[in-house]
Design a protein around this ligand. Structure first.
Ligand code: SF4
Length: 249
């Protein structure tokens, strides 16, 4: 991604942020309109230094109510797949490209509404601040929204799903796969569901193959690769303790 302008949410990110100060500051964010209809900001959670970060699209209904990411039905699908892939849930950081729940009413229900490009870009500052803090070895993008936030709007998950890619800012490797919600939607077609579930778990294993978890029962293969970070050479924000500048998409 090429840096052209700064994500509006970066103006809310404190200098030299700790995780706690990021969470605190994110609660005041009004960088786009999504805060107006949501219950609360749902910030990422997990170890503040984690080898693997999962990025979804946005909080769902349950996440919005509870204030935690991936605690609803999609979170349970992710948790089960992590177990299958031998990835310790307590050693990964989970977050979303957008931190407020975007929804529309349908009767008494709140139905997920896909965030638009401006909202995703507005929220990108928080994502970058998280990644600058957590410093993962691999970012797993769950679904097209997260993948396009990292890899550009032309990225096609149908073409490049499950591939470990180089050159993404803020992590040496990035891999895009299904969003767990997509698996949930496939459950009415058992054959399609089983195929996608198997591919999803295989993708997670691929991502885990470049990291090492502490005391994992099935440790992932350690990477022998160096960690070149494809970051804009024009900024020294990270060295000043601020997250690197976001890229316009
Ligand atoms: S969605 Fe992101 S940018 Fe928009 S108000 Fe919420 S935290 Fe701020």
């Amino acid at each position: 991604m090429q840096t052209k302008k700064e994500s509006p949410s970066l103006s809310y990110v404190p200098p030299n942020p700790s995780y706690a100060s990021l969470v605190r500051a994110s609660k005041t964010c009004e960088a786009c309109d999504l805060y107006k209809n949501a219950t609360q900001t749902v910030f990422g959670e997990g170890p503040t230094r984690a080898p693997m970060v999962f990025v979804g699209e946005q909080p769902g209904d349950q996440e919005d109510r509870q204030g935690h990411p991936f605690v609803g039905p999609a979170g349970r699908v992710l948790d089960a797949a992590l177990v299958e892939a031998g990835i310790p849930r307590d050693q990964v950081y989970v977050t979303n490209a957008v931190k407020h729940f975007k929804w529309e009413p349908r009767g008494k229900r709140r139905i997920h509404s896909k965030p638009n490009a401006a909202e995703i870009f507005a929220c990108h500052g928080w994502l970058e601040a998280e990644l600058a803090l957590v410093k993962p070895d691999v970012v797993v993008c769950l679904g097209a929204t997260a993948a396009q936030a990292f890899l550009g709007r032309t990225f096609k998950i149908t073409q490049s799903r499950g591939q470990l890619l180089d050159g993404a800012p803020w992590a040496p490797k990035v891999l895009a796969t299904y969003h767990p919600s997509a698996l949930l939607r496939m459950m009415q077609d058992p054959e399609a569901y089983e195929k996608a579930k198997s591919e999803f778990e295989a993708d997670l294993r691929t991502a885990a193959s470049v990291v090492t978890f502490a005391n994992a029962s099935r440790p992932a293969k350690a990477s022998t690769e160096s960690r070149p970070r494809a970051v804009p050479t024009s900024t020294t924000a990270a060295s000043r303790g601020r997250p690197r500048r976001p890229a316009a998409r």
